[in-house]
Design a protein around this ligand. Structure first.
Ligand SMILES: Nc1ncnc2c1ncn2[C@@H]1O[C@H](COP(=O)(O)OP(=O)(O)O)[C@@H](O)[C@H]1O
Ligand SMILES: CC(=O)N[C@@H](CCC(=O)OP(=O)(O)O)C(=O)O
Length: 264
């Protein structure tokens, strides 16, 4: 089976022009088929505050009311997605920007209201929600899909969906056609034992270690859903999952020692 790299880039790199340029240059020069998924939660919050929209998160997920949905559609689907695509074109990578609504690539459903009403936040049900044929066709044409963290409900509404989750569900669905490697890139060198020490990278995390890291509070905040998504991908056929520094993407993709390797 052909190899496919699915790479997610987080919001703390997207708002730093020098680091973003370096990452996109490395991404553009990777060999073989690849898909980029970008976040941008931090940028949406900053722009929202300028417009008088206060960001609200519960368990790392944004509460997305109608006004916030308009904001994230503009920021993720417009500003960030199109800037990244234009940047990749300048680097001779034939990128195409997508939300999950485009070519019905990712169908989701509005999160059920239990204790919290997340509003227009979308959950992706399973592999059948991903249009594998369209993505395969694009990759076969040498096009690099670039996903914004937006899906749709099939009934006319866009839904805000966490970018780590989008990367994980794409990886899982495409694992039937490709040998998929999923890489989460962010601003730290990997999952750290000590958040203040960049050299304390944990080389490998399995489920048992993850439980221990959660219980001791070593991993917290956005790292918990990221690791949950990583394990979900591995249990559903994704070949490898790694978490590391956007500046070390070449080494990670080449199977080097950079970052944290996630194993079952
Ligand atoms: N042990 C840890 N090692 C590294 N980062 C951690 C750890 N525990 C919590 N974090 C937090 O997780 C964040 C990464 O997750 P997230 O907020 O989803 O960011 P992004 O979307 O940029 O990837 C880091 O910026 C850091 O603040
Ligand atoms: C529902 C939900 O929480 N969506 C996320 C999507 C953006 C994202 O995931 O951005 P990062 O990867 O930069 O954190 C949000 O609006 O923050």
């Amino acid at each position: 089976m052909q190899e496919l790299n699915i790479i997610k880039i987080g919001g703390n790199i997207l708002d730093k022009p020098t680091q973003l340029h370096r990452f996109l240059s490395d991404f553009a020069s990777l060999p073989g088929a690849r898909i980029l998924v970008h976040g941008g939660g931090k940028i949406a919050s900053t722009i929202g505050q300028r417009l008088g929209i206060t960001p609200k998160y519960v368990d790392g997920r944004r509460i997305t009311d109608a006004e916030t949905l308009e904001l994230v559609t503009m920021v993720y689907g417009g500003l960030i997605n199109k800037q990244v695509v234009a940047h990749l074109q300048a680097l001779h990578c034939n990128a195409m920007g997508l939300t999950g609504a485009d070519a019905n690539t990712i169908l989701a459903s509005k999160r059920t209201v239990l204790e919290v009403d997340y509003g227009f936040a979308g959950d992706v049900a399973g592999n059948k929600s991903i249009n594998v044929e369209v993505l395969h066709g694009m990759l076969a044409l040498g096009i690099t899909p670039v996903f914004a963290p937006l899906t749709h409900d099939g009934d006319g509404s866009l839904l805000n969906t966490n970018a780590d989750t989008i990367a994980s569900v794409l990886a899982t669905a495409l694992a039937s056609r490709y040998q998929v490697k999923l890489t989460y890139c962010f601003e730290k060198r990997g999952v750290l034992q000590d958040a203040t020490d960049d050299d304390s990278v944990i080389a490998q995390i399995d489920r048992e270690k993850f439980l221990e890291l959660k219980e001791t509070g070593v991993v917290s905040a956005g790292m918990i859903p990221k690791l949950d998504n990583a394990f979900a991908a591995l249990t559903q056929g994704v070949r490898a999952v790694q978490i590391g520094d956007a500046a070390e993407i070449n080494d990670i993709v080449a199977g080097g020692k950079a970052g944290t390797l996630i194993t079952l």
